[in-house]
Design a binder for this molecule. Structure first.
Ligand SMILES: [Zn+2]
Length: 186
């Protein structure tokens, strides 16, 4: 089964902040249906939208929530987590040396063998051929400088790039709360 089908089979709920924006975009704030139902019973969230799927026990029956909003506003983080996906997103899923969008991996600008750290300001998206060509050389020696000096992005900057690369498992009911211009794959 495809990842998108698995995601929606699990019926996760999109979690909105009290201002009706997603609690987080990267990764998208999703709770398992079990957590979402629990939060409803603890009165921590409002149900904004529901799946058709019913869940029942001897004492209750309800439709699974597909979108919930927190009753109490949580201050969003300014900086996103340092994750592989977020590095790709910052670099718009393109090799920072040649611009290729296939066969992507990561490159340490200052190689690890020369003390380069695994941090926002030293890791870039790179295609395998460029990664291999650069090897353990410093950028100047290899004649390969990244197109954009790596930096720690803000959530806002990732959000801007994320509009170009929406996740492929969005449920219909989530779209009103995500990007205005998100298109679903057919
Ligand atoms: Zn490349």
């Amino acid at each position: 089964m495809e990842r998108s089908a698995v995601m929606l089979d699990n019926s996760p709920a999109l979690v909105l902040n009290a201002d009706f924006r997603p609690l987080s975009y990267y990764p998208l704030s999703l709770w398992s249906w079990q957590d979402a139902v629990k939060a409803v019973f603890l009165d921590r969230v409002n149900i904004v939208s529901e799946y058709d799927r019913l869940v029942s026990s001897p004492t209750f029956k309800m439709r699974l929530p597909s979108v919930v909003s927190l009753k109490t506003y949580v201050k969003p983080a300014l900086f996103p987590a340092f994750t592989r996906f977020n590095v790709f997103l910052r670099d718009r899923f393109s090799c920072q040396y040649c611009g290729a969008q296939d066969d992507l991996t990561f490159d340490h600008v200052t190689p690890r063998s020369r003390g380069g750290l695994t941090r926002w300001d030293n890791v870039v998206a790179a295609c395998s051929p460029c990664n291999l060509a650069k090897g353990g050389d410093m950028p100047v020696v290899a004649g390969m400088l990244p197109r954009q000096t790596p930096y720690r992005p803000t959530v806002f900057e990732l959000h801007r790039n994320g509009r170009l690369f929406p996740p492929n498992y969005l449920h219909d009911s989530w779209l009103d709360y995500l990007y205005w211009d998100t298109e679903l794959e057919p």
